[in-house]
Design a protein around this ligand. Sequence first.
Ligand code: ZN
Length: 239
Amino acid sequence: MKPKETMLNTPHKNKQNVLTKLSIDEIGDEHIFSNFETPLRDDAFEMSDDEKINKIEIHFKEIMHTLGLDLNDDSLKGTPHRVAKMYIKEIFSGLDPANKPTAALFENKYQYNQMLVEKDITFYSNCEHHFVPIFGKAHVAYISNGKVIGLSKLNRIVQYFAKRPQVQERFTIQIAKELQTILNTEDVAVLIDAKHLCVSSRGIQDNNSATVTSFYGGKFSNETTRQEFLKYIEMKTQY
Ligand SMILES: [Zn+2]
């Protein structure tokens, strides 16, 4: 991370030491993550989507069977296939770089040189520690460095990184880094306000808490610029 960038909930520097001292449950409940990149193996995409769906279907059937469920039941028998297809084609489709949105850039013809904020982007993701939903709003902003990006692309980039097993801190950074690369500028801000079902529906069972993470790069490290961004997010829409 470059010095001009700040991030809430920055992971511990000696994370490897910390991780080895914690139990599996502690790593999950404390929401510790190991890297800004999603940990994928080199052979992650050697299997086709159809092969993956078949394999997950077999394994999910085994999980259901182990739970004691009767897979001959009409309501349950299609579930392993439905879950497998949903994993690959929908909720974890953002693992595959082939599904990454291609971002067409345009010249900043209007010479608009203020910040652009795309706020209240609804997303649904899943916690990588428990595989239950994380959902909420993402707010992203950038200051053009000569190029601009289509507004819907900002939404698509958020959705792409949401469709992975995630931790919120990594999700925040991945969106920010992608925007910085595409737009060729450090001047990017990302704020995510989310609810984790692994906190509200199990574990501590706190239904009221929410988790906020943020990333401020380049000019957004400046307090005035950051406050302007936060003000736009809080602004009530008039329509
Ligand atoms: Zn979790």
